[in-house]
Design a protein around this ligand. Structure first.
Ligand code: MRU
Length: 360
């Protein structure tokens, strides 16, 4: 593997601090201009880092949440098991309230919480802390393995020379190692394949411009940045063979929440007869949501639309803005959902249920 590729795919985006009482992240809001590492020590710093998208991308949020709970647990200064559990749950609930849409956040927090359930009865806090440490490391390790498998399955859907379009950022910064939607591109590059990737800039927070085009360019992959409203013309020009996107929560019927604008890309892809693939780990599938209507969509500060990234406001202060951070792509627009356990095809209610059939 080339050094330029490894530098991107093996970036240390989230890790436990050396003292194991803190979490170290790359501040993604500073990219691509500065690579700054932040040490999160308090629950407030952790909450803010997730809320303000310093750490972002569904799997990375989950990994970060796992490490945060372990670091916070180590800071709880008590021998009393009940006090420990109460404080732990207060931290957990607070972190869980930082962002509602990506299920990986509550999924990881619940995994950490279940460690406490298993500790009931033993109640040796030293053992509980060790088990929490093991669990957060397992969440991270498993995500690395899942991203690799998703990349392999995704690559099997592509051919050398393909033109690809992606929206938002589902690469190493948003996950671990290869990423999900960008995983097949990195893996393909590793195997000597060439793709021509179009990256939607992804208004209003520009994850496509700031993060996706940065990751692909640094890895030596041919990438062209476009504004979101240019997706139609590149499809019409015949430059796109497949669309690959990540996901924040997938409902049992295959409806998939992802960054705002994703559903528009899927509608365009359907119009032009281009396959539309959603790639994500099974930790992003929420079988308790029957359809996309059950997925809570995060509403963010209108200032992100009017003022962010501009020296001067780009609309009158009194103009109303609607700023949903995600939308739901209807399952009928999705060609396949690529997970670490395999590729699911319609009808998704059957193929997704089959993924979990063996888990009971
Ligand atoms: O608001 P963000 O930047 O956290 O949104 C991220 C996305 O929508 C990603 O596409 C999704 O989380 C998948 S990341 C593998």
């Amino acid at each position: 593997m080339s050094e330029e590729l490894t530098k991107v795919t093996h970036i240390d985006n989230v890790r436990l601090g050396d003292d194991e009482r803190s979490v170290v992240i790359i501040d993604q809001t500073q990219l691509p201009n500065r690579t700054e590492y932040l040490t999160l020590r308090t629950v407030q710093e952790m909450y803010d880092a997730i809320k303000l998208l310093k750490v972002r991308g569904a799997p990375a949020i989950g990994i970060c949440a796992g490490y945060c709970m372990y670091a916070l647990a180590r800071q709880i200064d008590t021998d009393d098991f009940d006090y420990f559990v109460t404080t732990f749950c207060r931290y957990k609930d607070y972190l869980n309230s930082s962002r509602p849409t990506a299920v990986n956040l509550s999924w990881a927090l619940n995994r950490m919480d279940r460690v406490l359930d298993r500790g009931q009865g033993d109640e040796d806090l030293g053992d509980v802390l060790d088990a929490l440490g093991d669990e957060c490391r397992a969440i991270h390790r498993e995500d690395i393995e899942m991203c690799r498998a998703i990349s392999e399955y995704g690559l099997s859907l592509l051919k050398d020379g393909d033109g690809l379009l992606t929206h938002c950022n589902a690469g190493p910064l948003a996950t671990s190692r290869y990423g999900t939607a960008l995983g097949p591109m990195f893996l393909g590059k590793e195997k000597g394949m060439e793709f021509h990737v179009f990256s939607d800039e992804t208004r209003p927070l520009l994850q496509g411009a700031r993060l996706t085009s940065y990751e692909l360019q640094k890895a030596g992959i041919d990438v062209t940045l476009i504004c979101d409203n240019m997706a139609s013309i590149v499809m019409k020009n015949g430059w796109i063979n497949a669309c690959l996107v990540g996901c924040d929560r997938i409902a049992a019927n295959g409806d998939a929440a992802n960054k705002i604008g994703t559903s528009g890309v899927a509608i365009l892809a359907k119009h032009y007869g281009i396959p539309f693939y959603v790639l994500g780990p099974t930790s992003t599938i929420d079988m308790s949501c029957a359809t996309g209507d059950d997925i809570e969509i995060e509403l963010r500060d209108p200032e992100e639309i009017k003022n962010k990234f501009y020296a001067e406001p780009q609309a009158l202060a009194e103009v109303k803005c609607y700023n949903p951070a995600f939308d739901v792509t209807d399952h009928s627009l999705i060609t396949a959902i690529v997970t670490e356990k395999g590729i699911c095809y319609p009808p998704f209610s059957d193929s997704l249920a089959a993924l979990f059939a063996g888990d009971k």
